[in-house]
Write a protein that binds this ligand. Structure first.
Ligand code: ADP
Length: 167
């Protein structure tokens, strides 16, 4: 009998302030590799987010509705502790440029120390979105630049509402 694959539950932690097409691409590809994917918004008030956790969750849920094995959650405190609490065995992260590597390596090593049973797995960003970050999208949108194609349409709308009070 062929050995059965392990049940893989992955957590994809981040700020998602707001979700970009780069995050979405990573989620779409990641969801095909695992049984369940939990997209987890980190509650970190120190970061002075543009959108509240609830607003970010609403956008994520809307955009991720087509993915049957993906759910949206939020957490505070340590990612490794939250992953363990949710029964996850993988932490999923994305790598865009070499500049992401150093930070991600430190986080992965620290998380392994905290939870040796949980592996951090990285997916390379899609070429098309490797320059896209929530921060850059917000900066460009704030200056009136065109961000279509870089974020889902609902996010484009919410950014316009938030930045220019268009209702
Ligand atoms: P954080 O505040 O933890 O950096 P982000 O929401 O910016 O949260 O990112 C969460 C994860 O998604 C990180 O692993 C980051 O490298 C990855 N990521 C962000 N933008 C992209 C992108 N354009 N393509 C692929 N991965 C991305």
């Amino acid at each position: 009998m062929a050995p059965s694959a392990a049940n893989i539950v992955a957590i994809y932690p981040g700020s998602f302030d707001p979700i970009t097409n780069g995050h979405l691409d990573l989620i779409a590809r990641g969801s095909r590799l695992v049984d369940r994917l939990i997209v987890a918004i980190l509650r970190n008030e120190a970061k002075q987010p543009l959108f509240s956790v609830e607003e970010r969750a609403e956008m994520l849920k809307e955009v991720l509705r087509p993915y049957a094995n993906v759910e949206v959650a939020s957490f505070s405190g340590l990612t490794a502790a939250y992953a363990a609490e949710r029964g996850a065995n993988v932490i999923l992260r994305g790598l865009r440029a070499v500049s992401d590597y150093e930070y991600e390596l430190k986080m992965a090593l620290m998380n392994r120390r905290l939870q040796p049973g949980i592996e951090t797995a990285f997916l390379m960003a899609a070429e098309t979105y490797s320059f896209v970050s929530s921060r850059l999208v917000k900066e460009v949108a704030r200056q009136g630049g065109n961000i279509s194609g870089l974020v889902p349409p609902i996010v484009e709308l919410r950014l316009a509402e938030r930045l220019f009070e268009v209702k």
